[in-house]
Design a protein around this ligand. Sequence first.
Ligand SMILES: Cc1cc2nc3c(=O)[nH]c(=O)nc-3n(C[C@H](O)[C@H](O)[C@H](O)COP(=O)(O)OP(=O)(O)OC[C@H]3O[C@@H](n4cnc5c(N)ncnc54)[C@H](O)[C@@H]3O)c2cc1C
Length: 310
Amino acid sequence: MKPALFDYVMARTVPEAVEALSNAENAKVLAGGQSLILEMHLKRASTPHVVVDINRITSLGRVEVDDGVLRVGALVRHRAFEDPHAVPGPLGELFARTVVNIAHPPIRNRGTMAGSFGWAHPASEWCGLAVALDADVELAGADSTREVAARDFFKGPHETVRQPQEMITAVRWPLLSDDTGVGFVEHRRTHFCFAQVAVGATLNVRGGVIQQAKIGLVNCADRPLRAHAAEASLNGAEVGPMVDGYRVPPDHPFARAGRVAAEEDAAPIAEPYADIEYRKHAIATVVTRTLCQAAADQQTRAEAQQGDSA
Ligand SMILES: Cc1cc2nc3c(=O)[nH]c(=O)nc-3n(C[C@H](O)[C@H](O)[C@H](O)COP(=O)(O)OP(=O)(O)OC[C@H]3O[C@@H](n4cnc5c(N)ncnc54)[C@H](O)[C@@H]3O)c2cc1C
């Protein structure tokens, strides 16, 4: 189906874009267009009166690091993060493990990280990670700018605290310390489907004892979630032995954290191919596997650091 009629504004600066958003009753930002254009065509699910194209605002295409914070401008495409060295430290590795799960290369070439926050789909990998890793969303409005913690940004499927006159200018991520282990595991029906369940996690371990765990849940509720109860269940626990890097006995802390995440943190919604019981089982399994991956990564980093100092 063709989209409904709309006016088109090509903004060249952030103030120009914000002005165009403020002047229209129903205006939408066009970033990569990988979700917006689809929605405008498919059954006219989206019918903006004005489309504000931000693709000529070159300042939004930057990735910057300052004072331990990574700032990803609103025009940085998903593809930029496929190289684990694009971002310093373990965060680069975590992004690289995450981004390959987003659609396929042509979509990753155009789609933007910030666009995922604008679209706010519960199955967005970036949004789940952002909630767990204490990222912030930068917003510019007509008279002011503000930062909103990712944990407070999402209100439900495609619903956020962003006002219609505001645009996202960047997403800000705290970098991870060099000894942080990272993991990202996704479960989906076919390679190009959205996640049925995905989980991102970081682990800090000292002397085999977990000091801190952060766990982000993707498509485990109507919005991205942080698995606080599962994280708490891991505090002070010992990382016991794992089999083949992915399997642990049922009484292992990672298996327990998986069950806690499924029962206490997640609020899964039944889908045609996955009822609640199935989804809870998947959540428990994926959380456990992600923690195993993060622990293995942490172990590799610790060994490399020991090798460097020997
Ligand atoms: C086949 C297919 C598979 C996909 N699979 C996945 C997947 O597995 N995981 C995943 O996360 N995504 C997936 N996507 C979506 C894709 O990642 C999009 O790129 C992303 O959701 C939106 O980014 P975009 O830059 O294309 O945004 P656009 O399509 O341009 O915009 C999307 C929405 O966000 C708003 N928006 C965009 N940028 C801003 C901004 N700076 N300020 C305010 N509002 C803004 C727009 O107005 C619009 O409402 C898939 C898409 C397709 C077509």
